[in-house]
Write a protein that binds this ligand. Structure first.
Ligand SMILES: [Zn+2]
Length: 262
């Protein structure tokens, strides 16, 4: 996942997963003098939620001496998540927020000159995503959720998920044992209903049949290998609005922002 001279941009939210990964990457980075680590934070504009998490993130960066770059939806896209939800309460905040967050992290990582983006997805997140893709009828999406996502066209920064094989329970344990102060309240806009059901189902399965989440993750890895071989590489255009690479005329984020404005 990492090279000795990588400049890693860690997507830091202030939750247990990303604060744990921050602590681990700091230890690793100290062993490699030519490597660099920057924490990138995104303020989505979720009152009473993200502001608190960002404070915890800043506090930990200061304690560990890690440089931090924060960008906000408001400055990048002119609108906050709270405002998006207000324009149409039927809009699922998660689907918008996910796309905009990915774009914001990409932007912040390019601003600091990073060579890789690390995110703190854990085994539970990954196993849920595998089933979510299947239930959405979109198995090809598996390719995009790879633990190491390299763009052969060189247009996107490589994304890595160093904690993808670590169960959520073990991360919670690490965070508690190391006295990490993390945000524990859930986002007020709620999580995707389907993901919540899958989470409950997988926890139940893993309790009854230990190792289920690992097995699912391994199956996805095998499928990914096959899919990557057979799926054609899609050509990229420059988004006519923002210039970011996209297979379409406009990128996903610009298309979404257009519907919000409409
Ligand atoms: Zn765009």
């Amino acid at each position: 996942m990492l090279a000795y001279d990588d400049h890693i941009a860690l997507a830091l939210s202030g939750g247990k997963d990303s604060l744990t990964l921050l602590n681990i990457l700091v230890k690793l980075e100290r062993k490699f003098p030519r490597s660099k680590l920057t924490a990138v934070c995104v303020d989505e504009g979720i009152e009473g939620y993200r502001d608190e998490a960002l404070l915890l993130a800043s506090k930990e960066c200061k304690r560990l001496g890690v440089e931090q770059k924060t960008v906000s939806y408001k400055e990048l896209f002119g609108i906050t998540t709270d405002e998006i939800v207000k324009t149409d309460p039927d809009k699922t905040a998660c689907s918008y927020c996910g796309v905009l967050r990915r774009k914001a992290i990409n932007k912040a990582a390019s601003m600091v000159g990073a060579t890789k983006i690390a995110t703190a997805h854990n085994l539970d997140d990954e196993a849920q995503t595998v089933l979510l893709n299947m239930l959405h009828g979109d198995p090809l999406r598996l390719i995009r959720s790879s633990p190491v996502l390299r763009d052969v066209r060189g247009r996107f920064l490589t994304r890595i998920k160093p904690l993808c094989d670590i169960p959520e329970k073990e991360i919670v344990l690490y965070a508690y044992l190391n006295g990490l102060e993390f945000q524990s309240i859930a986002c007020p806009h709620g999580a995707q209903a389907l993901r919540n059901d899958i989470r409950a189902f997988l926890n139940q399965m893993d309790q009854k049949h230990p190792g289920t989440k690992f097995t699912l993750q391994r199956s996805a890895e095998r499928l990914r290998e096959l899919l990557t071989k057979s799926a054609p590489t899609i050509g990229l255009n420059d988004c006519e609005k923002c210039g970011d690479p996209t297979p379409h005329r406009y990128c996903e984020a610009c298309t979404m922002l257009e519907t919000v404005a409409a």
